[in-house]
Design a protein around this ligand. Structure first.
Ligand code: CS2
Length: 468
């Protein structure tokens, strides 16, 4: 095999999604030039350990998929042919990205990782890592790596690669394009113009639930597979990738291994983000406050399951356009069943983490349309009321939650305790929603926030659902 794809962000999601499709392709004749080089970008001890594990295992790892009927299937995935830890050797990454054979660069860098300002949608040049890259140091950011590699390819007459985002953003290809062009324009306007003309950024919808793997999970997975794996992954059996077929320099035979190559990806992204990811987020905060830690346990609570059912059915479905060949009511039920699968053992804290980056991505459009349409805002206001309480760091029983909010600034945090109770609604990430100026949202929010503080989340939820 040779490397044809470079991937930034080799987390559990990538290893149970794109790497699986590529692994399937590698079994097809003529695809042997499409192996993946994984690139770790964060400069942490955990990331160094991961790089060491990849080296030790020759890039191989086991994936165990859990089906709704409780059965599981494990296999070794062999599509990651090498692994580079960028902070240790940035030049090796640039060399790899400049190889003519690398024709796709893919990204899983999280919803908040594109460094675009929430209100202006412009690339944030003041980010310290971006500043360091712009000053001409060896790159630290994906933007620095990609723009530098594209500049070298252009100078050497090597065709550019396509860039695919595998993050849950609407128009994720357009978003990646915006970020990379924003960075490139700050170093060289000609380069930016060349990228705009020659580099393809297909949009994609990606879907698979891949929980965190704790040390206990690792032991359990390894004893089931009989493989001593330092970096096993697990996932649900469900798998989907809807991708625009814009690959001027070629691609593996993805269409032959289950990837849906179609133009109307935006409809799929919208449906998935506004139903699945939005429901995940909406579930995670109240469930954590009520004392649950796992998604399927929360789904066995009739109140929480009812909340998601009503949210999707009453709030979101009427606002969506059905992609051809998809039934939205069936899609909704499938989501409820996927979340309820006990074998997957997904963690609520995984979903809750970085809420201030996720909530706007998955809920903004729905909130705006509900406000403009004069519709019921209770479920969305409940999400914010629970999120506000979650940010205090403990659940309704006083147990610590392990809240991690990398996208909340000091300024945001300082404003949370505002005397009028609306501090959360003024957080920068939510600014475009202008929530403090929506009287119906504010009154619902204030009422639910007070009720949670006084009566707890369980009672507030059941009163709320009782009145639907
Ligand atoms: C989750 C996603 O973390 C989150 O926000 O909603 O990771 C979710 O599990 C995947 O998007 C499923 O495809």
């Amino acid at each position: 095999m040779r490397v044809g794809i470079a991937h930034f962000g080799v987390g559990n999601f990538h290893r149970s999604h794109e790497a699986v499709y590529v692994d399937r392709c590698l079994h097809l004749p003529g695809n042997e030039g499409w192996g993946i080089v994984g690139i770790g970008i964060s400069d942490t001890a955990a990331s160094r350990e991961k790089a060491a594990a990849f080296h030790r295992q020759d890039g191989l790892y086991t994936l165990t998929e859990f089906a709704p009927d409780g059965s599981s299937h494990s296999r070794v995935i062999g599509s990651i042919v090498s692994y580079l830890h960028a902070p240790t050797n940035p030049e090796a990454v640039l060399d790899q990205l400049t190889e003519p054979n690398v024709r796709i660069v893919s990204l899983t860098i999280t919803e908040g990782g594109y460094n675009l300002d929430e209100s202006t949608k412009e690339f944030v040049l003041t980010n310290p890592d971006v500043q360091a890259d712009l000053a001409g140091n060896p790159p630290r950011t994906v933007f620095g790596f990609i723009a530098t590699a594209l500049a070298r390819r252009r100078a050497n007459g090597i065709e550019p690669f396509a860039v695919i985002s595998c993050d849950n953003l609407r128009h994720n290809g357009d978003t990646a394009r915006k970020a990379i062009l924003g960075y490139a324009a700050a170093i060289d306007l000609d380069l930016a113009a060349w990228i705009a003309e020659h580099v393809s950024f297909p949009n994609a919808m990606v879907d698979r639930i891949a929980p965190y793997v704790s040390a206990t999970d690792r032991d359990r997975l390894n004893s089931a597979t009989g493989v001593e794996d330092l970096i096993p992954v697990m996932s649900e059996s469900y798998l989907q990738w809807v991708l625009q077929d814009h690959f001027p320099a070629g691609r593996p035979d993805l269409g032959d291994v289950g990837v849906q190559l179609r133009e109307d990806v935006t409809l799929f992204e919208t449906v998935k983000g506004r139903l699945l990811n939005a429901s995940h987020v909406l579930l995670s905060y109240p469930a954590l406050l009520m004392g649950y830690r796992l998604v399927h346990d929360a789904m066995a609570d009739q109140g929480l399951r009812g909340l998601l059912d009503i949210f999707m059915e009453h709030d979101v479905l009427p606002l969506l356009i059905e992609p051809e060949g998809v039934s939205l009511p069936d899609y909704k039920n499938l989501i409820l069943d996927r979340f309820a699968n006990p074998a997957v053992g997904d963690q609520l804290i995984r979903i809750a983490t970085d809420g201030s980056a996720k909530i706007p991505v998955f809920h903004s459009q729905t909130i705006t349309e509900l406000i403009n349409g004069g519709k019921v805002l209770e479920r969305e206001a409940f999400l914010f009321a629970c999120y506000d309480r979650y940010l205090a760091g403990t659940d309704d029983n006083g147990e610590p939650l392990g809240t991690t909010e990398p996208s909340l600034s000091r300024n945001d945090r300082d404003g949370l305790d505002a005397a009028d109770g609306l501090g959360l609604l003024r957080v920068a990430a939510f600014s475009t929603l202008d929530l403090p100026n929506s009287p119906s949202f504010v009154s619902s929010y204030i009422h639910l926030r007070a009720s949670i503080a006084r009566d707890g989340t369980t009672k507030t939820l059941s009163t709320m659902l009782g009145s639907v």
